[in-house]
Design a binder for this molecule. Sequence first.
Ligand code: 13P
Length: 337
Amino acid sequence: MNLEQLTKTANEMVTDHKGLLAADESTGTIGKRFDNIGVENVENNRRDYRELLFRAERLGEFISGTILYDETIRQSAGDGTSLVALMKGQGIIPGIKVDGGAKDLPGSPGEKVTEGLDGLPGRVEEYVGLGARFAKWRAVITIGEKIPSAQCIHVNAHALGRYAKICQEGGLVPIVEPEVLMDGDHDIDVCDEVTNETLNTVFAELYAQDVALEGMILKPNMIISGLGCPKQAGPDEVAERTVETMRRCVPAAVPGLMFLSGGQTEADATVHLNAINAKFAPQPWKLSYSYGRALQQSALQAWKGDAGNIANAQAALFERARANSQACAGVYTAEAV
Ligand code: 13P
């Protein structure tokens, strides 16, 4: 393992108030996004959309890296330039989703376990050859009646450890993503409790499996009220509870925490990240973003599959990226966007 190189990449990912664009929607998931804007889910449309994102002018000022899906890392733009080369031209580091998706956890209705370890060393080697420098694996923890089970948290944490070690040995910085879902009517206390349990279990596995903390990134959820909870915690409480839990659970050697948006609105995801940094930075780790929906919603709406709308869609992405970069510095104000 080349820890020096991994550490350098991990630090680059969170440098200068930059964050990640998560554009690694699987073919099924991008189909759901396209359904909302009436675009057919075919390879050319997926390519055109991702090309639009990576060609957004000056995106590299706010975005350090982009997470790609297997199809995308192999695709070329309309003019034949590979999408990876387009990103690199903007100074954006290519990354790759390597998990095989969250599947039903046997014997535990309503819970998921992420698959994809079989053959992973070979795929990591191939992705390094295609230009990737970091990877992502998402585990899903669901809150509900009598769940999450200890079994669900354990098997997902174990798989995250296996994945992270394989990536580091193969030369990719692993993004470790144990996502506690926002779905449900639970309050912020329940999210806090489940996230504590999850992060403690994950870091115990990372330790047990000899993962180098300096050469990884954590992608956690914020501590937040369930989507259906009648009492919604405000940004100050979200920020305070999130930082408190991260301080309790995440070792200082980890270079960066890059939050997922997880279904928050674009505005909430920015305001929450801003409150975190405005009130509590600096912390031992950088506090940044790795947003999918919260960076792309407005861009998708502006695009609607029409080439005449590309400039507007790129402008929408640029504004969200700039706002989130300001939030990394704790200086975001709604008026500035
Ligand atoms: P969201 O920000 O839309 O949750 O996506 C981030 C991601 O990469 C989830 O794995």
